[in-house]
Ligand binder design. Structure first.
Ligand code: R5P
Length: 304
């Protein structure tokens, strides 16, 4: 019965990570479909499915970086179209779920963007979301799920990341830059049969971070720093500098989502003393060597 259902699960690729969509389809032994996506000279997105008839259940793969707003609009239009063409259940595979950091109101009248986004996606016809290492820092999964009728599923890449980024390190100390990263640090430490610690982070602004001074016992040790997102690189830069000052040996960095929003994000990390950088392919980037297609394919098997 399961096998029969899987045979009819089409994978539809958004424009952001078509290689990952194909990888997921290959792992499931199913078809990947690539709609035509155009952008008009004024910036409007144009989605064309042609003669395509979708399977009853489809998985639509679209990550949210770069250009999260364009990716979101493309997703809305495509999902609405897929539903119109006959798909009954649309599972949105969103490897990097954007807007997760706008999950609370810091100032009066601020939009809670993740809530609005989920309502929009629900309205477009998305039934399920599969995300990788979602930024659940203030909200729990239950609270997130309460914003819409969409069923939300998460897969974790910390074990795979640790396997790659831990290569060449001797019994490294695994470090998470803040308390929220503990779940990834713990998983990585287990894979590497070693210990972990997490720091206390205080964000002063989008680009200014303060880590409470804390001795990590990093002297003479290799270190693997692990986090969900590297954006400006400010968080990790701060940690590397402090580890280097404490006498750490090799320092490798692993993250799930290499957002790398500043021109200097990566060069800044190398300048601060990082030896290796490893990320997944949830976002296209030079260092995205950890393939999450297997994790996603396995999750799709369990929910279809
Ligand atoms: C925040 O809590 C996240 O887990 C990351 O630590 C953060 O998004 C990294 O941002 P940046 O690279 O800009 O410091």
């Amino acid at each position: 019965m399961k096998e029969q259902q899987l045979m009819t699960l089409d994978i539809i690729a958004g424009s952001s990570v078509p290689g990952l969509a194909r990888g997921i389809a290959r792992r499931l032994g199913t078809t990947a479909h690539f709609p035509r996506i155009e952008k008009f000279p004024d910036g409007e997105i144009h989605v064309v499915e042609g003669d395509y008839t979708p399977s009853q259940t489809v998985a639509y793969v679209q990550t949210m970086h770069p250009h999260p707003n364009d990716m979101l609009v493309e997703m809305e239009f495509t999902v609405d179209l897929l539903k119109e063409l006959g798909a009954e259940r649309v599972i949105a595979v969103i490897p990097y779920v954007g807007y997760m950091r706008q999950d609370t109101r810091h100032v009066k009248g601020e939009a809670i963007a993740i809530r609005s986004m989920l309502k929009m996606l629900d309205f477009a016809g998305i039934n399920d979301i599969v995300g990788v290492d979602m930024h659940l820092h203030r909200l729990g999964m239950e609270e997130l799920a309460s914003f819409s009728r969409i069923k939300i599923h998460e897969v974790g890449a910390a074990e795979l990341l640790a396997g790659k980024a831990g290569q060449g390190l001797t019994k490294p100390l695994v470090v998470g830059p803040d308390s929220e990263s503990e779940r990834w640090a713990a998983a990585a430490a287990q894979v590497l049969s070693t210990d972990y610690d997490v720091l206390e982070k205080h964000r002063l602004s989008a680009r200014e971070i303060e880590h409470r001074p804390r001795s990590l016992d990093a002297k003479g040790r290799d270190v693997l720093i692990i986090d969900d997102i590297v954006s400006t690189g400010g968080t990790i830069m701060d940690v590397i500098k402090s580890l280097r000052a404490q006498g750490a040996m090799r320092v490798n960095v692993a993250c799930t989502h290499a957002v790398l929003s500043d021109i200097d994000s990566l060069t800044g990390l190398f300048r601060a003393g990082m030896d290796e950088f490893v990320s997944t392919n949830t976002i296209n980037n030079e260092f995205g060597i950890v393939d999450v297609s297997g994790l996603i394919a396995d999750k799709l098997k369990t929910i279809t």
